[in-house]
Design a protein around this ligand. Structure first.
Ligand code: NDP
Length: 322
């Protein structure tokens, strides 16, 4: 059995706990939180983050479930000196820096870290690489959604006159259809995505003013086709509590002037954190197995051979899936 620890108990941490129950070769040793372990809503053993030092010999791999903004950049390098780790770090612009920090940490402790193992980054990254390697003459396009964007929801909730809100990012279906047909397209994040807001107005707020404040918000909404729906608090609670997401990676290319080829990978997720956690758990299996083989240092989804993700022996995989 592969012994696993969960660090951080938010959406992702709960998702990892649920997914570990589906993995018959892995067992949860404990959940480690900066908050009082007794306050966590779980039946699993829970401990303070600071107690991790007592578990260095009892855990094969830690799955780091903290936030990417401030938790992972600190906890990743701290823990990768003492444990093999897997994370879902998703700050694309800081990835090279994080990779270097984790390289130094793993070298200091002779440990293995597999970083950025979710769906984006993660499975989408892998498919962007595959598409471009297989179709060198072509272009790669990423579309996100339909999905709940936490950052945009936060931004709308900060607008004067908004009591509560959610925001969905929606891919531009017409643009995707043109790409699949091999047409020349003008693709940028503004043309590729639409934004849909469901907001509850505060008492006395003017809907026109609130709508204008939302659609003109720089960085978040300006330049996007944005629709704002005003709904009741009851409707928001009834219909907008899930965390759906997904998207498409499309590589459109030519292998000869006559042959237009489309490579496409897509995800349609009812729960973003539970699916991300499912990917993390498969890579945790890989980390434990690679570490057992003596591999140390930092790896990404580009480095890990797929056979390590599966609990099934390679002979079975060849017979059944090749
Ligand atoms: P959360 O905000 O739910 O949790 C982050 C951390 O905050 C937890 O680990 C927990 O740490 C703390 N926390 C959680 N709930 C509470 C609370 N009620 N009060 C105080 N602290 C709390 O984030 P998610 O789990 O949704 O996401 C984690 C990260 O996963 C994101 O930052 C994102 O970057 C990444 N992600 C990556 C994806 C990918 O494809 N690569 C996809 C989706 C997400 P503690 O228990 O120590 O207090």
């Amino acid at each position: 059995m592969i012994k696993v620890g969960i660090v951080g108990y938010g959406n992702l941490g709960r998702g990892v706990e649920a997914n570990l129950k589906l993995a018959n070769d892995m067992e949860l040793v404990g959940i480690f939180s900066r908050r009082d372990p007794a306050s966590l809503d779980t039946q699993a053993p829970a401990y303070y983050y600071d107690d991790l030092d007592q578990f260095t010999d009892k855990i094969d791999v830690l799955i780091l479930c903290g936030g990417s903004r401030t938790d992972i950049p600190k906890q990743g390098p701290e823990l990768a000196q003492k444990f093999n780790t897997v994370d879902a770090y998703d700050n694309h612009s800081n990835m090279s820096h994080y990779y270097q920090d984790m390289q130094a940490a793993t070298q200091a402790g002779n440990k293995l870290a597999i970083i950025a193992t979710g769906w984006d980054p993660g499975l989408f990254s892998l498919n962007r690489l595959m598409g471009a390697a297989i179709l060198p003459q072509g272009n790669t396009y990423t579309f996100w959604g339909k999905g709940l964007s936490q950052g945009h929801g936060d931004a709308v909730r900060g607008v004067d006159g908004v009591a509560d809100a959610v925001q969905y990012t929606i891919p531009n279906q017409d643009l995707m259809a043109d790409i699949r047909e091999g047409k020349e397209v003008a693709y940028d994040s503004h043309s590729a995505h639409k934004r849909e807001v469901y907001a509850v107005l505060a008492d006395g707020a003017d809907p026109d003013q609130v709508r204008e404040a939302i659609v003109t918000m720089p960085d978040y909404f300006q330049g996007y086709e944005t629709t704002v729906h005003f709904i009741s608090a009851e409707e928001l609670k009834a219909n907008h509590q899930g965390l759906p997401h997904g998207g498409h990676v499309i590589r459109s290319g030519q292998t000869s002037p006559e042959a237009h080829q489309v490579y496409e990978f897509s995800l349609d997720l009812a729960s973003n954190p539970e699916f991300t956690a499912a990917v993390n758990v498969a890579y945790a299996r890989a980390a434990a197995r690679l570490a057992k083989e003596g591999v140390t240092g930092v790896q990404t989804v580009f480095d890990v051979a797929p056979k390590y993700l599966s609990s099934r022996p390679i002979a079975e995989l060849i017979a059944d899936l090749l």
